[in-house]
Write a protein that binds this ligand. Structure first.
Ligand code: NDP
Length: 570
């Protein structure tokens, strides 16, 4: 039987009530978090994987291309630069190896939700076929290391080093970089490759510092404490704050290994089925060279997840804009109600099942896919502490305190996420005329394609705002990397010392971004999260380009086909 419009309207009303509740509890938006881990919080910044920082002499030298960050952005772009004959490439990385996200995130159960054959980049070039349909963190990190080896990127790489300032010298037409290791490096081209979700954040919870037990952020997992197989947690009472994509993957392993596990939830994630399987060796053998490039191109022609949903609910006849929006919203609600039914089927205790139901539109928050997360709540040692949108607001020496109840823990894990898409996360970037990039952006982000910002010649931004990220992230990063390599190649080939966006091209792109944002009230309607700046007011140019991936790539090609019009060269 078809649901009535009143049924959908009621659910929409409940979505709005839940959102308002969340906003009421945390009106401070993004300020509810901190990512400045200094003083008593400095333990959350320690790298548990590398051990002590190895001493070394400070570096004073010059390279041609310098990457700030050693994750996929740097690796993909370096591969293209090598193909174009660039020899002098340096990666400067905070971790003790390449890998970025996949270096830091080693929590139990870590894997990627994008199909491995699409997600893992350079599969054609590396002649590699992933082990499973969805790759696990360990395999992805190993793939990053293989890329670095193949393209000889370890030679000049500098690890356990954080770039602290990047300053343009107008006379020399070179970037001068300083680091936390006392280095002074010069580079002709600098690529900000610091990732989209790299700087861990903690919720500012009263008494956070007073907890006497062990605690860490999920991106700094202490295996010495938990044991590699989590066996050291057998007699431990453990708590985890947060139920986003990270917690969803970590909770099943923790549930199976701890004496007691408390999951502190503010907003539930939507959890759909994850269809995973080992790669079929016969399929892998039959793959022809260039298979991944073809596969990615084909995927790009297909609809996005949200478009697929809209198509499933497509109308047969002509309809007004309002009717179209209503039809799409109703389809979205049907999907979320299926997610609710799945919870009822998987979780035995009705009260827990109810608390795990997400009350917001699909894609308001990052959707999750897992087969073991929900059944984990059927274990007698696993307890969901639902804070009904309030979140944990107080921690004592013993552990979180909620609703008058003290949770006494041995270990408290923060699965509270990361800062989003900031350029220069530990690094002050100063361009022409001594202008700090943050000051330039204080009136709103200004870029060309999300990659170039006028007044910062020979500087390229990857994974920042004003680019399109609606598709597989590594594919977009590859497209940005190809674009950057082409720009650098163009400058080198034509004997130009610098390349910078023109005033007009930057203004055109800012307007293009604005024109494609704010078409719907979706951001306001959604429950808060990092997708909508935690419900904060937001300038329309300060997010991603919403015109679609295909259009973004088209714009990128058009810009490149008209270099002299879009850029100033010296
Ligand atoms: P998120 O930002 O998604 O989640 C943070 C969690 O902390 C939220 O559940 C948030 O609740 C909760 N939280 C914050 N403050 C409090 C509080 N005071 N009390 C209780 N809970 C609180 O971070 P994640 O690390 O989970 O994920 C970040 C992103 O990384 C993902 O969205 C995804 O893009 C990527 N990722 C991808 C994976 C994959 O491919 N499978 C795996 C892991 C991560 P609330 O929702 O109410 O704000």
């Amino acid at each position: 039987m078809k649901n009535t419009q009143a049924y959908y309207d009621n659910i929409k009303k409940k979505f709005a009530e839940e959102r308002d509740l969340r906003l009421k509890y945390r009106p401070e938006g993004t300020a509810q978090y901190t990512s400045e881990f200094t003083g008593v919080l400095s333990k959350y910044a320690m790298d548990p994987y590398a051990g002590e920082i190895s001493p070394r002499e400070s570096i004073n030298d010059t390279v041609e291309c310098l990457f700030i960050g050693g994750g996929f952005s740097a690796l993909l772009t370096s591969a293209r630069l090598r193909e174009r004959g660039v020899e002098s490439i340096r990666i400067v990385e905070r971790g003790a190896d390449v890998g970025g996200t996949w270096y830091w995130n080693r929590y139990p159960g870590v894997a990627c939700d994008v199909v491995s054959y699409d997600y893992l980049p350079l599969l054609d070039e590396m002649d590699y076929v992933p082990i499973d349909h969805y790759a696990k963190g360990r395999e992805i990190l190993a793939h990053c290391q293989s890329i670095a080896k193949k393209y000889n990127l370890y030679e000049l790489a500098v690890f356990q080093t954080t770039v602290t300032s990047t300053v343009w010298d107008e006379e020399e037409e070179m970037w001068h970089l300083t680091t936390d290791r006392g280095d002074h490096m010069k580079a002709r081209f600098v690529i900000c490759a610091n990732g989209t979700l790299s700087k861990p954040k903690l919720a500012r919870i009263k008494g956070l510092n007073t907890f006497k037990g062990k605690s860490f952020h999920t991106s700094k997992w202490d295996y010495e404490y938990t044991g590699d197989d989590l066996s050291k947690l057998e007699d431990k009472v453990v708590g985890i704050i947060g139920t986003g994509a990270t917690a969803v993957q970590a909770v099943p392993g923790l549930g199976a290994s701890t004496k007691e596990l408390y999951v502190f939830q503010r907003t539930p994630s939507s959890i759909d089925i994850r269809e995973d399987w080992p790669t079929d060796p016969n399929w892998a053998r039959r793959l022809k060279p260039g298979w991944q490039a073809k596969r990615r191109a084909l995927a790009l022609q297909g609809p996005t997840l949200t478009e697929q949903m809209a198509m499933r609910n497509a109308s047969s006849g002509a309809e007004s804009r309002e009717e179209k929006i209503r039809r799409q919203e109703n389809g979205n609600i049907d999907y979320m109600m299926r997610i609710h039914r799945r919870i009822e089927q998987e979780v035995k205790d009705p009260e827990t099942a109810d608390a795990l139901k997400p009350w917001y539109m699909f894609m308001c928050k990052r959707p999750c896919f897992h087969n073991d997360y929900l059944p984990t709540y059927n274990r007698p040692n696993v307890h969901l502490v639902d804070t009904h949108g309030k979140g944990i607001t107080e921690i004592t020496a013993k552990g979180p305190l909620f609703d008058g109840k003290q949770y006494e823990l041995d270990l408290l894990i923060y699965a509270t996420g990361f800062e989003v898409q900031k350029t220069g996360i530990y690094n002050q970037i100063v361009g022409k005329g001594g202008l700090d990039l943050n000051d330039k952006y204080s009136e709103g982000v200004r870029t060309l394609l999300g990659v170039h910002s006028r007044g910062y010649p020979n500087l390229f931004i990857m994974g920042g705002y004003q680019a399109s990220f609606q598709f597989n992230l590594t594919y977009i990063l590859q497209m940005q990397g190809d674009h950057i390599a082409e720009c650098i190649n163009h400058a080198r080939k034509h004997g130009h010392k610098t390349i910078d966006a023109t005033q007009e091209s930057e203004e055109w792109w800012v307007q293009e971004v604005i024109a494609n944002r704010g078409k719907t009230t979706r951001n306001e309607d959604c429950t808060p999260g990092y997708y909508n700046f935690e419900g904060e007011y937001q300038r329309r140019q300060d997010g991603n380009y919403n015109g679609g991936v295909t259009k973004y790539l088209e714009h990128m090609e058009n810009v490149r086909s008209n270099m002299t019009e879009n850029f100033v060269f010296t």
